[in-house]
Design a protein around this ligand. Sequence first.
Ligand code: CO8
Length: 258
Amino acid sequence: MNNFQTVLCEKHDSVGIVKLNRPNALNALNMTLLHELMDALEAFDADPEIGAMVITGNERAFAAGADIREMAEASAIEMFQRDMVGQFDRLRHIRKPLIAAVSGWCLGGGCELAMSCDMIIASETARFGQPEITLGVIPGAGGTQRLTRAVGKALAMEMILNNRTLTAQEALQHGLVNHVVPTQEVLPAAIKLASEIAARSPLAVLLAKEAINFADESFLSNGLLHERRSFYFLFATEDQKEGMRAFLEKRTPHWQGK
Ligand code: CO8
């Protein structure tokens, strides 16, 4: 975890923080960064001390997209073999909650990365967009799908077909982000939210995240069945007994993840 070149990792109690660290390229996502980011997140996901994770950038950029320099001259076959977007699939297997703390540019693959997280905290300076059309391509890591689900078809069309960017306030208004805060507060606010979630009943958090993600990926009847199974399953845990008893006894529950 300490040998990464393009990301910095830190633990803040029960929260794992991964900071994208290619400031000279506005945190453009090259292959090294993508591999290191996913390695770091998977390590936190496997760490029993960690309950939730935050991905952040710097004040100027969360990430300005995939690294254009690295892919400009690539052939279709080279792109297929590199499978840059395949790295993104690793995100879908992270079970603990992931929060993006976004300041500045959040474009292309950077916006796709933020949207692949479970929640987004944006600073007032954040700018969201999918400018791939200006490069003669389209989003490749889920942008056409996730942006459409988040902001609706009309706005997604304008953003992807005509490079319309959203301010933080617009992103909030259209449901792309959870909160907008002053720039200095974006990381503390994300850590606070992650800490609060990390203090909740851990098995229920994992199953709730899984069930919500199912909503985007399935027909309603499949999603309902998935949710119901997880709900019943939680009655096999000690945490469910503890949570309900603590409520009835008017005390704070003590979660054990069992
Ligand atoms: N790739 C590589 N380098 C970049 C990128 C990028 N995406 N964005 C910025 N940089 C570099 C610049 O080349 C510049 O480097 P140098 O100083 O060596 O010339 C440095 O970062 C600073 O950038 P600027 O000087 O351009 O800074 P400005 O403040 O003038 O402009 C902008 C900021 C508007 C963000 C501008 O940099 C920009 O338009 N960047 C490109 C944004 C873009 O088109 N992103 C989409 C990329 S394609 C994509 O993401 C496809 C995703 C597909 C799947 C993803 C899987 C990971």
